[in-house]
Design a protein. Structure first.
Length: 341
């Protein structure tokens, strides 16, 4: 046994040597527990900041990749012109990050200043960012249809009651399903966090189900096809103060969800009927999609969806159509309070 231990140690040293040798070829490494107090200005390189390492100054790299391992920290400004930034668990960044390609942030990391991106941010919902230039970003631990929820203004997130992900939508008009079979998942917003309903609460689950069935039983049969996949209601919402969203589990996606959230915002502020000034709706022909022509309420919901998910296309359409330009400007000024994507 005593002879085997030195052999194992030698093998581990060899493995360690070749592993770090490979890393040296790929990365400029800041080792564990090391504190660096100088600028890192490099042309084309990959930068690896090991666990517990600390950088106090600026990083300026033209391309490739920056990786912050778990529990590392940084107190300068990061400028990455092209390439990818990966920030792992429990990392603290105390200044600006400017990037133009892609950034991935794992659990419980903090950006205590500004994040300015021209491309895509992928983040866990536990990530804290103090300020950020408005851009669309993806929350990686949310269901796919809710992946852009964190990108919405905080004032909007508070306006819905519940999001019901259903398995059979309109079938409850004819088939008496059990509540736990009808609902796949239920989401709500509380204490600035999106939460999932605990299905062990059978009494409240049945109340949700009864309320939904009551609403659908009142719908004329000719309207059933309209609501087959999705609908939003405030009149028959669970708490009557905020609108609820229903989406079929088989068809739920970010496009449908964002459209339905447009209805939530209209129910909250009555932009179409009461708000002054009211939402500009002119000719049905001046629409982005065919669905706009259905009703002014659908026109508003589609404008809301395009403002968030397809802002560049929306802006492009305003160049040739003055009425669409009025809709975009209305969304910007009154609905999003100058917040632009």
């Amino acid at each position: 046994m005593k002879k085997i231990i030195p052999i194992i140690l030698i093998l581990l040293i060899i493995i360690w040597y070749f592993w770090y040798k490979e890393l040296y070829q790929k990365y400029f490494i800041v080792f564990e527990w090391k504190i660096v107090k100088k600028d890192l200005n490099r042309e084309e390189t990959k930068l690896l900041i090991s666990s517990w390492a600390e950088l106090i100054w600026d990083i300026n790299i033209k391309s490739w990749e920056i990786i912050f391992e778990n529990n590392s920290s940084f107190s300068g400004e990061i400028n990455l012109k092209s390439g990818e930034i990966i920030i792992k668990n429990n990392v603290i960044i105390n200044w600006n990050i400017n990037f133009s390609w892609k950034i991935i942030i794992w659990k419980n990391s903090k950006i205590n200043w500004n994040l300015k991106q021209n491309s895509t941010l992928f983040k866990d919902s536990s990530v804290f960012i103090k300020w950020t230039k408005p851009k669309l970003f993806v929350t990686t631990d949310y269901p796919d249809f809710l992946k852009y929820f964190d990108s919405m203004p905080d004032s909007h997130k508070k306006e819905f009651g519940y999001i019901f992900l259903t398995s059979h939508n309109m079938d409850i008009r004819w088939v008496d399903l059990k509540p736990e079979k009808y609902f796949k998942k239920i989401f709500y917003f509380e204490n600035n966090k999106l939460k999932s309903f605990d299905f062990k609460n059978k009494e409240k689950l049945k109340q949700f189900y009864d309320n939904t069935k009551k609403y659908i039983d009142l719908l004329p049969e000719r309207k059933i096809s309209r609501f087959w996949v999705w609908f939003t209601t405030k009149t028959y919402s669970f708490n009557k103060k905020k609108a609820d969203i229903y989406l079929s589990n088989d068809y739920a996606n970010s496009v449908l969800f964002t459209h339905e959230f447009g209805h939530v915002m209209d129910y909250a502020y009555w932009f179409i009927d009461i708000y002054n000034p009211s939402y500009p709706y002119f000719k049905k022909e001046n629409s982005i999609t065919e669905y706009w022509k259905f009703h002014i309420g659908e026109d508003f919901a589609e404008a809301y969806r395009f403002y968030i998910l397809h802002s560049n296309s929306f802006k492009k359409m305003t160049e040739d159509n003055s009425e669409i330009k009025k809709k975009y400007n209305y969304m910007k000024k009154y609905v999003f309070k100058s917040f632009e994507y």
